[in-house]
Design a protein around this ligand. Sequence first.
Ligand code: H76
Length: 433
Amino acid sequence: SIPLQHGAHRSGNRTDADMARWRSLRFGQFVHWGLYAIAGGEWNGKIYNGAAEWIRSWKEMPTAVYDQLYKQFNPVNYHPEQWAQQAKDMGAGYMIITTKHHDGFCLWPSKYTRYTVAASPYKKDIIGPMVEAYNKKGIDVYLYFSIIDWNHPDWRTSLKTPADSAAYKRFKVFVKNQLTELLVKYPTVKGFWFDGTWDDSWKNDGAFSDELEQYLQKLHPGLIIGSRLRADERGARHFDSNNHLMGDYEQGWERKLPEQPADVHGNDWEGVMTIPENQWGYHAHWLGHIKSSNELIEMLVKSTSLGGNFVLNFGPKADGTFRSEEVQRMQEIGNWMKVNGSAVYGASEAGLGKPDWGYYTRRGDSVFMVVFNVPVSGNLRVKLPAKTTLAEASASGQPVTPELIGKNEYFIPVGNAPRHAPFVILLQTSRAA
Ligand SMILES: C#C[C@@H]1N[C@@H](C)[C@@H](O)[C@H]1O
């Protein structure tokens, strides 16, 4: 293997309590909120076909105009306790909030730049009340932080001249100051969700990203930071040049999910997902396919069945309210989680393969069959490993009688209840030593 100073410093998953909690929560809420919500994916009567939070980079949007939008930021309908309650009702165990996206606008009153909520008509801190409201509902908070900062004069995508290097050196001090400020102001947060780390300026400075991660861990022991923050000294990201995962979990699953265990190599991982095709910030016109609650529930269960977390994104409007399609999905998913959440919370891969009818998840000796595709036979085939015996099966607390059809192989009848949503059959098993 290649000798590395700034590659992975640990092989295998973290085994501490903070990481075990992150792993047990399984389901998170992502919130992308900022000045881009004011534009809402359109400008001057034209619709931006890109992701709404990238509208500043659209040729039809003059950057000078975008950079004045903060003078309109005044979310009069922002009620963080309502945000937290609806997230609780959805069944989210943690939430990730954009403190600063690529545009550089800070939702907290940072003392390291004027480009913050303090300069807006709203004036007040957005992040503090949000962290407090979510924590009060028992929901952990993670802070999204973009390294890319289109507003900061010292940000560079690449370093071409000595002046670039001097500027970027100042920028790295600014980044470290802001991250320190966030941890000091909001000490109950559980981790950072870094983004915007793909430019050469950052990729070619693996030493800084490594030292920064170690500095943050020292400042806030137990902090959870995904693989997107760091590069090794050869510019490798997520996995170092020896193919070892850097950071505490694989953070590359954005709008896509692994298909099989081999795709995640036994690492902790997290998938983040949009309801429309590709919109994180508020866009007034959702184009393309809009995922239904059942599709999103299937992604959540699929993630659990592959030992990962699933985070669903929401883009509140500029005034602080959520669009109806998002409220509807939070309620529908929440209704399902209230009945079936035990198949997700604290559960992980079952090691029983991928059945046609849906997904297996497991917690201890409880095996959950989460059914999405009822076979025309009405029988769900279950094959258990030799040393696993099936003690009993139940659906919604009612016993189900398995039919033994072969060695450790059963048909589980689905019964004739109407099926308009995924349902769970619980198998109580015992495994011989
Ligand atoms: C590309 C990109 C960014 N990564 C997602 C999590 C959103 O923040 C999007 O703007």
